[in-house]
Design a binder for this molecule. Structure first.
Ligand SMILES: Cc1cc2nc3c(=O)[nH]c(=O)nc-3n(C[C@H](O)[C@H](O)[C@H](O)COP(=O)(O)OP(=O)(O)OC[C@H]3O[C@@H](n4cnc5c(N)ncnc54)[C@H](O)[C@@H]3O)c2cc1C
Length: 410
């Protein structure tokens, strides 16, 4: 096949949530965008499929209609189980959506369709190969080489996930890096227990500060998985051995109910969570989402962070204009600092408490004792209704801080 030549204001490598969010924002500001992805969509991504309030607010702002995601499931609360077996139910407020579950196979495809509708030239099935920056000083142009494509552009947004080949091409990767967390996920059918309609989080002692989850889906299905820290205390083989053991634990079997069946096979993937220490830019390249290690270090949630970083990278490029790369990288770095770095530090601190069985036990006891107002607000806090570290960052306070309704209220 011959190599096709294209040009665009911005090339986005990776069509996951971070890449689509960036593309939608850029197209709406009149920029021409090419998205390349090595996968052909719809494609799956190993994930819990859980959407926090942050993710829901970003999706609403992008204009995603939940009705375009067939197996979308709205969540009204969570059932938490402490290391000692104590269980507490925390409801979510009802004035809008605060949490949902959306299979990535469907969600990412719907988002990419939205990017296409906004005007992005979507080239899935074209993997990134190389970056030529030799003309970036003289002509304000970098060239992206992909399978069957050569694209001249002003800027590259690297939304290419945990292993970011674009980061490798810029030489700003850390070759031994395996992520902060490692997660497993598998879908279950014929779920007849409470997990068919309730979101469960199990803080089993051997997983701390990690946890296992079951997130409900329509049709008596659930997304089940666990995440543990990659701190060198367990080999890959030991992590793998947790999975069958977990699926036989009585409290998990009880929640799934008699006769549940596991679909297909499990998948596993690392979770990168060190936004404070990884370079966010390199020349005319801006890293977003997992490529910027933007997931929450306490919970491993990264869809909201991917959407947020994609959006603010696009806004930085629009604000800076075509020929001011220093402005673009400065604005983007400043905005990431503003939106995510304090929360990362807060999550690190909270994660170290949850790492101890007494910490996780104590947290569940406090929630249990806190009455319905406290529980409801704990659930809002848990699902990142407002950034967790907002109390420490007064520059983010706004008038509706404690009273803002959930997403998609209308
Ligand atoms: C087990 C597990 C459970 C999780 N559960 C949750 C959860 O419940 N809620 C939550 O919010 N987060 C969760 N996360 C985190 C979440 O999945 C990620 O943070 C999120 O997918 C990041 O989005 P992204 O757009 O940055 O990257 P991705 O979604 O990984 O997209 C990257 C894209 O880049 C493409 N790509 C890669 N290489 C190339 C190449 N060479 N050329 C072109 N394209 C390329 C890929 O095909 C892919 O489409 C979980 C993660 C794991 C591992």
């Amino acid at each position: 096949m011959t190599q096709e030549n294209l040009s665009a204001d911005v090339v986005i490598v990776g069509g996951g949530p971070a890449g689509s969010a960036a593309a939608i924002e850029l197209c709406r500001s009149g920029r021409s965008v090419v998205i390349i992805d090595k996968a052909v969509f719809p494609r799956d991504k190993c994930c819990g499929d859980g959407l926090t309030t942050l993710a829901l607010r970003e999706l609403e702002q992008l204009g995603l209609d939940p009705g375009r995601v067939d197996n979308w499931f709205d969540v009204n609360g969570a059932v938490l189980r402490s290391p000692s077996g104590r269980q507490v139910t925390v409801p979510l407020p009802t004035d809008g959506r605060y949490a949902a579950v959306a299979p990535r196979l469907e969600l990412d495809s719907a988002l990419l369709d939205l990017a296409r509708d906004a005007g992005a030239d979507v080239r899935d099935g074209h993997g990134f190969r190389a970056l030529d920056t030799s003309r970036s000083e003289s002509d304000d142009v970098v060239t992206v080489e992909a399978d069957d494509l050569t694209i001249d552009t002003r800027y590259v947004i690297a939304a290419d996930g945990m292993w970011s080949p674009v980061r490798k091409a810029t030489g700003s990767n850390d070759p031994g890096y395996l992520g902060e967390w490692h997660g497993f996920r598998q879908y279950a059918s014929d779920v007849t227990g409470t997990a068919a309609h309730e979101l469960h989080v199990w803080f089993d002692p051997d997983l701390l500060p990690g946890y296992a989850w079951s997130f409900p889906l329509p049709g008596n299905r659930a997304n089940i998985g666990f995440g543990v820290l990659r701190d060198g205390s367990r080999t890959g083989k030991e992590i793998k051995a947790i999975w069958p053991d977990l699926l036989a634990r009585p409290h998990i079997v009880e929640a799934l109910g008699d006769g549940f069946t596991m679909e297909d096979r499990h998948t596993a993937w690392p979770i990168p969570a060190r936004i404070d220490s990884l370079p966010l830019t390199s020349g005319r390249v801006l890293f977003v989402g997992d490529a910027a290690a933007a997931t929450d270090v306490m919970t491993g949630e990264g869809i909201g962070q991917a959407l947020l970083t994609g959006r603010i990278a696009a806004e930085a490029l629009v604000a800076a204009g075509a020929s001011r790369p220093d402005d673009a990288t400065r604005i983007y770095t400043r905005e990431v600092q503003h939106h995510l770095v304090a929360d990362h530090r807060m999550s690190l601190a909270l994660g170290s408490v949850l790492a101890k069985p007494w910490g996780a036990r104590g947290a569940i006891r406090v929630i249990e004792a806190s009455g319905s107002w406290g529980r409801r607000n704990f659930a809002r806090w848990m699902f990142e209704d407002e950034p967790r570290a907002v109390a420490l960052t007064p520059s983010r306070w706004h008038r509706r801080l404690l009273t803002r309704p959930g997403a998609y209220r209308s």
